[in-house]
Design a binder for this molecule. Structure first.
Ligand SMILES: *Cc1c(COP(=O)(O)O)cnc(C)c1O
Length: 379
């Protein structure tokens, strides 16, 4: 699905030297590279505060702790996503409220979101799935009306731009009260292990979060609140600092691959190509609203599992993101959920398929992938 080796090879000398520098300095925890990466990411995202941490799941958990969410508070998020989002809601003894998504963008459905709000609702966690922002304009409006926090799960969309209807843009993750991301190796900005970060423009919240990632310490050995131990280690920060200047070109390479796929599939009536939302009707040359963490198709009248196997048989990686709606997972099932409210997710889990997506394609590979898909579909 990804080609991490090819990408490493192009920056090998720089990365190797940076790792050796950290080892030589032995500043493995909170070395100067962590501060440097933090500052560079703040600049890139145009956000006041980046708080690095150990992974994207911790980032979500710490964001929720920092906002003071408490047992019984309801947190609304999408049913069609990776489990990390709902996992931390559960761990903190908050009440997860899963809602359906839009069929064509895979992101949280605004009408379903509105219906799910109760007097206990305290926060919304839009997940910018597969690399494109949820409908943030509508979400901010709802949040304002009901006095809710907005926590953007930006694990899959770092680098994506969101365009408001007045034409202004903001980076994904910097639009709500707080944003979180992951630097897991296969993410768009991946390190060589685990890593994550929290973003916010709120000075007070940033201060709270900086202590929370470090055992609730605001002064050494004085613990004001219950925190966690969640750090981005220096080696990972050094690698990320080298990769960050390449992030835009990595996103461009992904968009180029997506364009190739789109061209190949757009005339098939059995395939729905990814929809560009938020005013972007198509992938234009200067459009940066989708960073294609995944390239995910919806199939119509095609045996998805058979295609999945057919591609594997032909040596083509592919994946089902995601095969089970969260509301049907053993850990998160709840009698409160009514099947009728999850029509789209229930359909997507049977009809989506994600094709290889990374920064290192040769045209030949894309040609082989698209031709193998089309051969099966047109059989
Ligand atoms: C990857 C991912 C996470 C979790 O990130 P980790 O760094 O693996 O903990 C959270 N949310 C979404 C949507 C993700 O894709």
């Amino acid at each position: 699905m990804v080609d991490l080796k090819g990408q490493y090879h192009k920056i090998k000398d720089e990365v190797d030297n940076a790792i050796l520098d950290v080892v030589a300095s032995s500043a493995f925890i909170n070395g100067p590279q962590v501060k440097s990466f933090q500052a560079n990411l703040e600049k890139y995202l145009d956000v006041k505060h980046v708080i690095p941490c150990a992974n994207g799941t911790d980032a979500l958990q710490i964001a929720m702790m920092g906002l003071g969410l408490e047992q019984g508070d309801e947190v609304i998020t999408a049913d069609f996503t990776f489990a990390a989002t709902v996992e931390v809601i559960g761990l903190l003894k908050l009440t997860p409220v899963l809602v359906d998504v839009e069929k064509d963008t895979f992101n949280i459905d605004i009408e379903a979101l509105k219906k799910a709000i109760t007097p206990k609702t305290k926060a919304i966690v839009p997940v910018h799935l597969f690399g494109q922002c949820a409908n943030m304009e509508a979400i901010l409006e709802i949040a304002k009306e009901h006095n809710l926090f907005v926590i953007e799960d930006t694990a899959q969309a770092i680098g994506a731009d969101y365009t408001f209807s007045d034409g202004t843009t903001k980076k994904a993750g910097t639009i709500g009260h707080v944003g979180t991301t992951s630097f897991f190796p296969s993410k768009n900005l991946g390190c060589y292990g685990d890593g994550g970060a929290i973003f916010t423009n709120d000075d007070e919240l940033a201060h709270i979060l900086r202590g929370m990632v470090n055992h609730g310490m605001y002064k050494r050995y004085y613990h004001d609140v219950i925190g966690v131990n969640s750090r981005l280690d220096t080696i990972q920060a050094a690698i990320l600092d080298i990769k960050l200047p390449h992030l835009d070109s990595y996103c461009d390479a992904r968009r180029d691959a997506a364009k190739y796929y789109n061209e190949a599939f757009k005339s098939s009536d059995k395939i729905a190509i990814p929809k560009m939302a938020n005013g972007c009707e198509r992938i234009c040359d200067d459009c940066t609203c989708h960073v294609f963490h995944q390239y995910t198709l919806r199939l119509k009248g095609v045996d998805r599992n058979a295609l999945h196997q057919h591609l594997l048989d032909h040596g083509i990686a592919n994946a089902i993101y995601y095969p089970v709606p969260l509301h049907k997972q053993k850990a998160y099932a709840d009698e409160r959920y009514i099947e009728d409210n999850f029509k789209v997710t229930n359909e997507l889990v049977d009809t989506v398929i994600s094709l290889p997506m990374h920064t290192e394609f040769e045209e030949e590979q894309l040609q082989n992938i698209t031709q193998t898909v089309l051969n099966f579909i047109e059989e």
